[in-house]
Design a protein around this ligand. Sequence first.
Ligand code: C2E
Ligand code: MG
Ligand code: MG
Ligand code: MG
Length: 276
Amino acid sequence: RAKSLGRNGFQLFDAELRDEIQTRARLGNELRAAIANDELTLHFQPLYTMPGNRICACEALTRWQHPVQGMIPPDQFIGLAEENGLIHDLGEWVLRAACREAATWPEHLKVAVNVSPIQLRNPRFVDIVESALQQAGLEPARLEIEITENIFVQNSATNRDILQKLGEMGCGIVLDDFGTGYSSLGYLRSFRFQKIKIDRSFVRELPEKGASSIIQAIINLAHGMDIPITAEGVETQDQWAQLNALGCNQVQGFLLGRPQPADSIRQHIQCAAEMV
Ligand code: C2E
Ligand code: MG
Ligand code: MG
Ligand code: MG
């Protein structure tokens, strides 16, 4: 009895695993087609100066407009694209589309683009960034490349060289989701980031004392190295006030603006300009 249960259990697991693999393979094929057929779209979320509350940049966040499943969020396809190599084509599409869009904005506004560490393995990566900027007619200084901290886990010397080159071109290199993942303070010395973004998980826990001590420590550390700090995921007035008191330099979050389609962010930018 126990044996047959075990067998059934095993078969069930087998079937589930097979379904899962098939689903991912299908989704992978659909994603490949989606990149070619322009089913991907960018939303943009504004970043604001603190305490001034002026819009200073927008982060490009990729969405997949699936014909059947509707809008698929990036958490459900970026990992897949990293596994099957599609991240290279996807990332190139994102860079080009984001630069094109940013070229229509007032010149003081930057665009932030998320780049997967896998994309740095492409020997053409620096050329792709250069070409995206050039085709869009966008100054390199208006592009911020957001990269997560696990970047330095693999192949650190090569990655550092690539980031260095992009920095020399004039692009801003931003350390995203700081405080999560493979946290090590060593790489803050090995590469000079232009900005550090504190992960949403810390901001969410404000005003809890542990969270505010960690944020304070990160801000002190960054400011000690003359690196400005952005906080992501700011949802309440209280969180905003605390981050302001802690000396945070920029904020991003639903309190101030959600990710939105390009035409809507353009209106938003225009309204902000008229209010000044
Ligand atoms: P991220 O780079 O840390 O982007 C911020 C995420 O937090 C976005 O989720 C944004 O919608 C969300 N967010 C912003 N403010 C708030 C808030 O106040 N409350 C809450 N609850 N959430 C907030 P999204 O758009 O789902 O993107 C998730 C992640 O997917 C991004 O995290 C980024 O790591 C990745 N991603 C998105 N687009 C791309 C892309 O084009 N390339 C790559 N490599 N990764 C991307
Ligand atoms: Mg980001
Ligand atoms: Mg982030
Ligand atoms: Mg994050």
